[in-house]
Ligand binder design. Sequence first.
Ligand SMILES: Nc1ncnc2c1ncn2[C@@H]1O[C@H](COP(=O)(O)OP(=O)(O)OP(=O)(O)O)[C@@H](O)[C@H]1O
Length: 109
Amino acid sequence: MKAATNDFSQENKLGVGGFGAVYRGKLEDGHEIAVKRLSKNSGQGDLEFKNEVLLVAKLQHRNLVRLLGFSIEGNERLLIYEYMPNASLDNFLFGKLLKPSSFSLTHDA
Ligand SMILES: Nc1ncnc2c1ncn2[C@@H]1O[C@H](COP(=O)(O)OP(=O)(O)OP(=O)(O)O)[C@@H](O)[C@H]1O
């Protein structure tokens, strides 16, 4: 994972969530991945890590990102997901990608 993400380089950082930072990576076969690295101060421990692995591994749907694997080595906890190239849903809901006039939360029914 270190090699795939260029040693978790800043340029490969996709964002930060409750779990920690997420890095873009590329496997030797060319497959693009997203690596979530559990941050030491995320407040999440081994139980939360295990829950995420067990829960997400069971979820398989075309609209849900797929967990490809995980890694536990010393203090390092990694989750490996397929890479989603279209950025976060927040961008589409709350970001600048939509003009306010083109989206409304109210409906007329
Ligand atoms: N599979 C992925 N492919 C591409 N980018 C991703 C992927 N997973 C996460 N990211 C990026 O990393 C950011 C953080 O993701 P993460 O899932 O850790 O947090 P979150 O869902 O935004 O928040 P929380 O963990 O608090 O629920 C996302 O906003 C997104 O930009």
